[in-house]
Design a protein around this ligand. Sequence first.
Ligand code: AMP
Ligand code: MG
Length: 332
Amino acid sequence: MKKHLCLLLAVFLALPLFCSCEKNVYPLSSTEFMMDTVITVTVYDGEADALDSAMTLCKQYENLFSRTIETSDIARINNSNGAPVTVDPETAELLKIALDIAEKSDGAFDPTVLPLVELWNVTKSTAPPEQNLITEGLKSVGYKSIHINGDTVTAKNGVKLDLGGIAKGYITDKVVENLKQKKVTSAIINLGGNLYLLGDKKGEPFSVGIQKPFGKQDEHSAVLMLKNKTAVTSGVYQRYFRHDGQLYHHIIDPKTGHPSDSGLYAVTVIADSSSLADGLSTACLILGPEKATALAKEYNAELIMITSDNQLITTDGIKYDTKNGETVLNLK
Ligand code: AMP
Ligand code: MG
């Protein structure tokens, strides 16, 4: 009997030790390659399966939105020859956001720019395409040919969709919602540079480095202090090639069919919604500082713009500080 009691006591004493081994040690982080980019989610608290659930969600959305996955909603629309396609309600929701930004940016953001994206193919090309091919490609670009009726999407006039300029933002918003459901109050969601800073870090805002275009990887033009907001950057330095000393990058101006030449090398959009910020960042880079500022105002977003001669331009809601010789930006 005494022996049994001793055993019971030993188990009882060991239990808390065992439990503390089981407990999560924060921060917890997970990284995967998806959607042609590196995805990292870091949580500072919350339920044990929050990270797995976030990664599973990313995969599910990739299967809906990727134009290179044949069974995706987007591939089905692109292969529909103008016939109506029934899509997931979330695909319809994302397309509506994309079309709204297309409309408000006067077509600078255009989710039907695919023929030109494929023609320039900047990650593989070494020289620009012939002008006659660009002129031809431009004929099948036009967001107004996309019609949405409930969950039915029709792509008329041979247009095809590429949501590369907005899908990561939309997925970021959904991951944030999911993390909140899993009782996460502090996290960094990074979908290939598409950032959301959930909550804060021990009471302080997160600090986000704004990369210097064509600088070294850790070289920053400024540091942005942020909490409970998204920061999404479009930059000409992210994907490009050079030919005869000329830069050709991945963001195509649908008015010219050429990579944008607005005097901006990078735009970071700060907003509540990452879908919005993602679409806007692409649009603003094409529009240039003045039109970009007007567009951001319509959406209640703030901008950090870096010009081709490395000047920093910000919208009115951002204030400057310096710390250890570095420019520090805060929301007013
Ligand atoms: P982002 O990095 O968010 O600016 O998105 C860039 C990606 O969006 C490109 O790699 C293309 O897939 C796509 N894209 C390029 N030009 C445009 C445009 N004018 N409107 C919408 N998407 C575009
Ligand atoms: Mg974008």
